[in-house]
Design a protein around this ligand. Structure first.
Ligand code: NAD
Ligand code: 6OD
Length: 485
């Protein structure tokens, strides 16, 4: 059986807890590998290694660090197939999806921040003084030090490197706690870091769970200067509390309950294609996924009929089967959660347009975490499935009659991550987009990314923004230097 170890100070090490947990294949429940759980002493060793490694790393010039991070990106490309296979096995997602999104973005995250870090100016002011001679104020950026990175299972390599790349580019060291469900690509990246010449201690990986395990040990460790976290809103609240006593800085990308707003003047083909992706991609396990769809009344019936036809045409299967568009959910536990929402929708009187259960799967995969793509109508905001994040391949669809009404509906949520608007009327697009209270609005698209733009959520969807210069804001301290002339 393959063993996945912690990666501390450039070496693979067994955790001192002497405990291995199973990494399961969501397609059939088989054990892919056993993973060494880090003890509190291992987390301490990782943080100390990071502190030492960071001193050397921070002394390098931006250009030197940038060259090494480009080698990391090249190293991911060179081992593309290994990363791809590992990500597909851990998550069960279709190979085509991971090959087009997860793995290329892993490499792209390193390239963009390697290039960006030397090219962002800081502010400077010429300031008047009473003696008439003046002063010059200018700011410099210093790395924060040791960053704790806690990442989820839905896009493991993409979301982990989205944090690690800017943190390293800015001269920090990291201790990463990947999700216990998807530990493989984060571990593999350690080998790439060593091969690229990243100094030992700059990139560390500790495995384990949240409470009472590696995740909590990391958030409570006094040697960690800041925590960047992607995951559930409830987990964010626990981490925020753990960081409070030592006033540790946090950056949070949390849950969502994202609306799509479809106007009667949309290009219907594009709206359907985009909504199919935004609801069902990655089996609905994308924080930006659409779970609420509002459709203007004149096209409601047509839209529902077309989305139903597309949902029913989705081929479900395991990662490496040709033509597969949807894999299983991440785990049996998550399957039970999603099926619980499916049952609740029916109990609350929602009309099941399609799905609502477990699909038939062939052969030895009946133990997989499968669920059907599901669509409901006959819902309003009193229904649980229109309020809580399901994180599965499903949506509720409601008709609307006016812009004001749909803006109020879209904003009637405790989340504020993403929104898609479908209209061919440019004035309406601008007008409505500006009124949606969320961090990311797409017009006539979904998940179209430019890595220089601010990414993050409002309300319970997060704290702070990352992406481009906004990542530099989090991963560095700005220091002002005032020179009296
Ligand atoms: P999760 O919160 O259960 O786990 C995320 C990570 O936190 C894991 O590594 C886990 O081990 C760790 N963790 C759990 N409890 C902890 C604790 N008390 N202290 C420290 N670490 C702890 O999330 P998940 O189930 O892995 O991911 C799905 C969730 O993530 C969804 O809610 C989704 O919306 C959200 N998400 C948000 C974004 C975004 O960009 N906003 C992106 C991806 C996922
Ligand atoms: O594209 C990104 O940078 C990003 N953070 C995507 C998040 C997806 C959530 O599941």
């Amino acid at each position: 059986m393959r063993k996945l170890l912690n990666f501390i100070n450039g070496r693979s090490v067994e955790g001192r807890k002497n405990h291995f947990f199973n990494n399961l294949n969501p397609v059939d429940g088989s054990v892919l590998s056993v993973v060494s759980e880090a003890a509190v002493e291992d987390v301490d060793a990782a943080v100390k290694a990071a502190r030492e490694g960071q001193k050397l790393w921070a002394k390098m010039s931006n250009a030197e660090r940038s060259a090494i991070l480009h080698k990391v990106a090249d190293g991911i490309d060179a081992r593309f197939d290994e990363f791809l296979e590992a990500e597909c096995l851990d998550t069960g997602k279709p190979r085509s999806l991971a090959a087009h999104i997860d793995i290329p973005r892993g490499a792209a995250n390193f390239r963009i921040f390697a290039d960006l870090v030397g090219n962002v100016a800081t502010e400077a002011f010429q300031s008047p003084t009473p003696d008439g001679l003046g002063a010059i104020n200018y700011a410099i950026r210093a790395p924060k030090g040791v960053i704790g990175v806690i990442s989820p299972w839905n896009l493991p390599l993409l979301l982990m490197t989205w944090k690690v790349a800017p943190a390293l580019a800015c001269g920090n060291a990291v201790v990463v706690k990947p999700s216990e469900e998807t530990p493989t690509t984060t571990t593999l990246l350690g080998e790439v870091m060593n091969a690229a010449g990243v100094p030992h201690g700059v990139y560390n990986v500790i495995h384990g769970f949240g409470p009472g395990s590696a995740g909590e040990f990391l958030t409570l460790h006094p040697g960690v200067d800041a925590i960047t976290f992607t995951g559930e809103t409830r987990t964010g609240a626990a981490i925020m509390k753990a960081c409070a006593d030592d006033i540790r800085d946090i950056s949070f990308e949390l849950g969502g309950k994202n609306p799509a707003v479809v106007f009667a003047d949309c290009d219907m083909d594009k709206a359907i294609e985009g909504t199919v992706r935004s609801v069902f991609a990655n089996c609905g396990q994308v924080c930006l996924a659409t779970e609420r769809v509002y459709v203007e009344r004149p096209i409601f019936d047509t839209f529902v009929a077309r989305l139903k036809a597309e949902a029913e045409a989705i081929r479900i299967g395991s990662s490496f089967e040709p033509g597969i568009a949807m894999g299983p959910l991440i785990s049996k536990e998550h399957q039970q959660k999603v099926l619980g929402y499916y049952r609740r929708a029916a109990e609350d009187g929602a009309v099941v347009v399609t799905g609502g259960g477990v699909p038939e799967v062939a052969g030895d995969r009946t133990d997989g975490a499968w669920v059907q793509p599901t669509i409901w109508t006959g819902v309003d905001h009193s229904h649980t499935i229109m309020r809580e994040e399901v994180f599965g391949p499903c949506c509720g669809i409601m008709p609307f009659d006016s812009e004001d009404e749909v803006v109020a509906l879209a904003n009637d949520t405790e989340y504020g991550l993403a929104c898609s608007i479908w209209t061919e009327n440019l004035s309406r697009a601008h007008r409505v987009a500006a009124q949606i209270d969320c961090g990311l609005t797409w017009v006539n698209s979904w998940f179209l990314r430019d890595l220089r733009t601010p990414f993050g959520g409002s309300k319970k969807s997060g704290i702070g923004r990352e992406g481009g210069v906004h990542s530099l804001e989090f991963y560095t301290e700005l220091r002002n230097i005032c020179i009296k002339l």
